[in-house]
Design a protein around this ligand. Structure first.
Ligand code: PHE
Length: 348
């Protein structure tokens, strides 16, 4: 029997294979092409089978041609496979890179929102920016000398007892107990006049309850210039608190308060914005403590290299956590430091 193998047959077989390769648009489709053409029972196998039974002349002529064809088909298949695999990876990448952030998701359960701290911090910053203050930041891991000595609280000073401190396993390092460290950094590094507001996290090693946690937020603020007085402090506090609570007529009261880094030192209270006769928020007292404050102590200015005869300043430390609790009627400070979605999702 004369073989049906001819160059024309081989050429058309080759073309058929190449067309099938390009038409395969996925690795699955490509696998079918492989089975169909070069697999054990594929078309190439049957052409080879024909060669086996062909006459010697045909074997001699087409044997090497078919061997080369076999290799080149395998090579073309491998190339196409690499190519499709790369396309698959690219499209995966693109899907990840160009995901649609606006895609509609029918469930309302996982809507993102801002933390109450973020809301209050933004409001505080905006109010002070509108009064010409700069916003500064400072380290939470602090040096004892900045957190205490620079603020006129030397070692063994009884005021250190009020600051139950988290000491680190590094000599002289602690987690700042108040944002007043930013006063020291700023006084040391900048030339007055300046007006700064600096919100941030603080830490105290104390037992927790509904109104205390070992982590909380304060916002420090201070102004240093010539002839700064308590009048500036009082008016600033009044403007700030009214703006924060969206009021015009909040009553602000100063009481004497002791902080080693201010003289005189005061506590700033507001008349409860939620009642006239006493309520659970003000614990029936009608007054709410909001801040410690005062005129910056000459020792603090001197420590930082500022001449207290030339400059004076006021400083305040508002309890930012407390302001957030008041604004949003939160009944336990510890909720602010959890990831509880039932709580957080209320603030949008
Ligand atoms: N740092 C003080 C505290 O944490 C608050 C304060 C700040 C008091 C600035 C006076 C001036 O209690």
């Amino acid at each position: 029997m004369n073989s049906s193998i001819t160059q024309a047959v081989i050429d058309s077989f080759k073309t058929e294979f190449e067309t099938a390769l390009t038409q395969a648009q996925s690795l699955d489709e490509l696998e079918l092409v492989r089975i169909n053409f070069i697999g054990r029972k594929g078309k190439l196998g049957s052409v080879m089978g024909q060669l086996k039974v062909a006459d010697l002349e045909t074997k001699k002529t087409f044997g090497p041609i078919l061997n080369t064809l076999k290799q080149s088909m395998q090579q073309a298949f491998n190339d196409r496979k690499d190519n499709l695999a790369q396309l698959a990876r690219d499209s995966q990448d693109n899907q990840e890179r160009f995901f649609d952030v606006t895609a509609y998701k029918p469930s309302a359960h996982h809507r993102g929102g801002l933390h109450p701290y973020t809301h209050v911090t933004n409001q505080i910053q905006n109010i002070f920016l509108s009064m010409g203050y700069q916003i500064l930041d400072g380290p939470e891991v602090e040096d004892e000398s900045i957190n205490f000595e620079g603020l006129n609280i030397p070692k063994d000073h009884p005021a250190r007892d009020m600051h139950d401190t988290f000491w680190l396993n590094l000599p002289g390092k602690l987690l700042r107990t108040h944002t007043s460290n930013i006063q020291v950094h700023t006084l040391k590094n900048r030339k007055p006049p300046f007006a700064v507001v600096a919100p941030g996290r603080c830490y105290r090693h104390e037992a927790t309850d509904a109104s205390h946690d070992y982590v909380f937020m304060q916002t420090e603020g201070f102004v240093v210039d010539k002839n700064i007085s308590m009048a500036h402090l009082l008016e600033t506090a009044r403007k700030f608190l009214n703006a924060l609570f969206g009021r015009k007529d909040l009553t602000v009261r100063l009481r004497p308060g002791y902080f080693p880094f201010v003289e005189p030192g005061v506590e700033i209270d507001i008349r409860c914005p939620f009642c006239t006769k006493g309520c659970s928020v003000c614990k029936k007292t009608c007054w709410i403590e909001t801040a410690g404050a005062g005129l910056i102590h000459p020792n603090v200015l001197r420590y930082a290299g500022i001449d207290p005869d030339e400059y004076s300043g006021f400083a305040f430390g508002f309890g930012l956590s407390r302001l957030a609790i008041l604004k949003y009627h939160i009944d336990d400070i510890r909720l602010l430091h959890t990831g509880k979605m039932e709580f957080l999702s209320q603030f949008g």
